[in-house]
Ligand binder design. Structure first.
Ligand SMILES: Cc1cc2nc3c(=O)[nH]c(=O)nc-3n(C[C@H](O)[C@H](O)[C@H](O)COP(=O)(O)OP(=O)(O)OC[C@H]3O[C@@H](n4cnc5c(N)ncnc54)[C@H](O)[C@@H]3O)c2cc1C
Length: 566
């Protein structure tokens, strides 16, 4: 049986950073990923990574504390405050580490790492490499992965987590090329499987960002936290919903309605276009709903006043996407944009050490909910979370193993899990069911987008929950066309679809019950934040007859929650 001291699942930024941290202590660490590491969604990140480096002349009085406060205020006070402060305190160290490893950040004239303004931030503190920040960091970490000679299982997909007597023993993974299932024993497993954007269908996220990574531990009884908080990015390109980075507004871009008004003036006079994402998304949606959008569906992101030089040097990727996907050049034409699903604030419930309730099982990056972002994440804080908490997860897993007495246990549990997965996959392949994957996927996407979007209300959420439950039942009757085990993408997508549906159920159930508006969760029937009843984390636990909800305290030990104004 394959054995590793630590197995990291996921090859994005969080996964590679975690594996590097472990490799400083143990050589027997492996990283397993369903796609090649450098193809992970992290590589699509455009705008940048936050840290109070104070390199921008307008950011001289910035500090880690101030960054922490902005993060907590941005979260609408649902973030666990010590966790947010840890995130921001570690930021300068982790960003300089990337720089020392060769990350080609853009520079100021004095040669320091350049920083641009981003939403909800009091100072310009977002470090960037043009509009390809995720891509460069991903490659820098990959070089470190190679340098540390970390064993990788590329194009292997985990289908199950193995927990025996409440302790994590390893995983079952499918080698995608052959379709063969393997049990992998590990003293500690770290999940870094990324976001679940595809559970919404229409999203800025890659096809590979599905709910399966969150659903696997969920099905083993590890809860998901704060799943109703789903970020809609204000500016996605109409048609394809490809992201137009917040960096466009950070560099000075305007949002304009069809009357040519910079409408943010009405809603957030101090921060204007750089108010936090939840607020800007609601403002754009309101403009459209009240008839001031174009074709009742979009507004303009106008960069034309920035000049060709700035656009070509700072936003080359954005320009290329606009030309290739929309046939417009942002140097001379405004970009048609609308809000689009972008990020999950919620995820696998874990603490500030990235540890879950199951000893030996850790989570970091977008799939995890340490709760640094609360009800709304600030742009640039997610890349930061991957490197800060990726490293922490790796270090804590090492510490856990050092204190562990029962090494190389769980062979029986792994073998029986293997048998169970074999029969699950055979059943899926041999099922003669009438349901087709594209139909279920389409109905799921439409439901999530139309009924669980920027604005939410009771009857629509109720209808969405009924629909998702219906789709979960219909999934059991799924008939696949390709019955082969080798390289069967349809099989892979079917497993991912199950994950998407389970994740969606937690999102809708949490949103239906939470009768208040906080951060990204905006209820038209309960428009106010209600700290008395709802200043608490939602905890969603799996049961065979649907999700069960409970609640958990929020750490507000540093700042008193106050009304959020921008
Ligand atoms: C278009 C876009 C732009 C963004 N821009 C920014 C930005 O400028 N700044 C910012 O801070 N944030 C940004 N974000 C958010 C940020 O990029 C992500 O939250 C972050 O990169 C996630 O990193 P990760 O390591 O957690 O996951 P990912 O990079 O998504 O990696 C997940 C990994 O898990 C693997 N995996 C998943 N499931 C399985 C499985 N079952 N078995 C095996 N492997 C599996 C995948 O193969 C992949 O390697 C952006 C996001 C998007 C979509």
């Amino acid at each position: 049986m394959i054995y590793h001291k630590v197995l990291v699942v996921g090859g994005g930024l969080a996964g590679m950073r975690a594996a590097i941290a472990v490799s400083e202590h143990y050589t027997n660490v492996a990283l397993l990923t369903k796609i090649y590491p450098v193809r992970s969604h992290s590589g699509a990140a455009q705008g940048g990574i936050n840290g109070a480096l104070c390199n921008n002349p307008r950011g001289l009085h910035d500090s880690c504390e101030r960054h922490g406060f902005d993060t907590i205020k941005g979260s609408d006070f649902l973030a666990d405050q010590k966790a947010s402060m840890l995130l921001t305190a570690e930021a300068p160290k982790r960003i300089r580490e990337l720089e020392h490893w060769g990350c080609p950040f853009d520079r100021t004239e004095e040669g320091k790492i350049a920083q641009r303004p981003f939403g909800g931030a009091g100072f310009p503190r977002t470090c960037y490499a043009a509009d390809k920040t995720g891509h460069v960091i991903l490659h820098v970490l990959y070089e470190q992965l190679v340098k540390h000679e970390i064993k990788t299982y590329n194009e292997w997909m985990v289908t199950k987590l193995v927990v025996e007597d409440g302790i994590c023993r390893g995983v079952i993974a499918m080698e995608l090329l052959t379709g063969k299932l393997h049990p992998i024993m590990a003293e500690a497993v770290i999940f870094t499987t990324g976001g679940s954007g595809r559970s919404y269908g229409v999203t800025t996220n890659a096809r590979t960002s599905t709910g399966l990574g969150m659903a696997i531990p969920y099905m083993e009884g590890i809860p998901l936290k704060d799943m109703e908080f789903v970020q809609f990015h204000p500016t996605t390109l109409v048609g394809s919903n490809i992201l137009m980075t917040e960096g466009c507004r950070g560099e000075g871009g305007y949002l304009k309605n069809k009357l040519g008004e910079r409408f943010m003036q009405k809603y957030a006079p101090d921060f204007m276009e750089l108010a936090p994402r939840d607020i800007v998304s609601r403002c754009i949606t309101t403009e459209i709903l009240e008839g001031r959008g174009f074709d009742n569906s979009y507004v303009h992101l106008d960069l034309t006043h920035l000049g060709a030089h700035k656009i070509i040097t700072r936003l080359p990727g954005i320009r290329e996407i606009c030309i290739n996907f929309k046939g417009i050049d942002p140097i001379t034409q405004p970009i048609p944009i609308q809000p689009g699903m972008h990020y999950f604030m919620g995820g696998i419930d874990c603490n500030i050490d990235c540890a879950t309730d199951v000893p030996g099982f850790y989570a970091a990056g977008e799939c995890a909910c340490v709760s640094v972002h609360g009800a709304n994440r600030l742009g640039g804080n997610s890349l930061l979370e991957t490197v800060v908490f990726g490293a922490i997860a790796g270090e804590k897993a090492v510490k856990y193993i050092e204190g562990k007495k029962d090494a190389r246990k769980g062979e029986k549990a792994l073998n029986s899990a293997l048998e169970q997965q074999e029969s699950k996959i055979n059943n899926l392949l041999n099922n003669q069911g009438k349901e087709k994957m594209p139909d279920i996927t389409k109905e799921m996407s439409e439901t999530m987008l139309k009924k669980v979007g920027v604005f939410r209300k009771k009857d629509e959420l109720k209808a969405a929950l009924d629909k998702i439950k219906e789709l979960i039942q219909r999934y059991k009757n799924l008939g696949l066309l390709n019955k082969n085990r080798k390289c069967n993408q349809e099989l892979m997508w079917a497993l991912e679809l199950e994950g998407n549906l389970l994740v969606d159920e937690t999102v809708v159930a949490g949103a239906l019950v939470r009768e208040e508006s906080r951060g990204s969760h905006s209820r038209t029937d309960f428009p106010k934040r209600d700290d008395k009843n709802w200043l608490k984390h939602t905890v969603a636990t799996y049961s065979s007859d649907g999700v069960k909800l409970s609640y958990k305290e929020v750490d507000t030990s540093i700042y008193e929650p106050v009304e959020r104004k921008y």
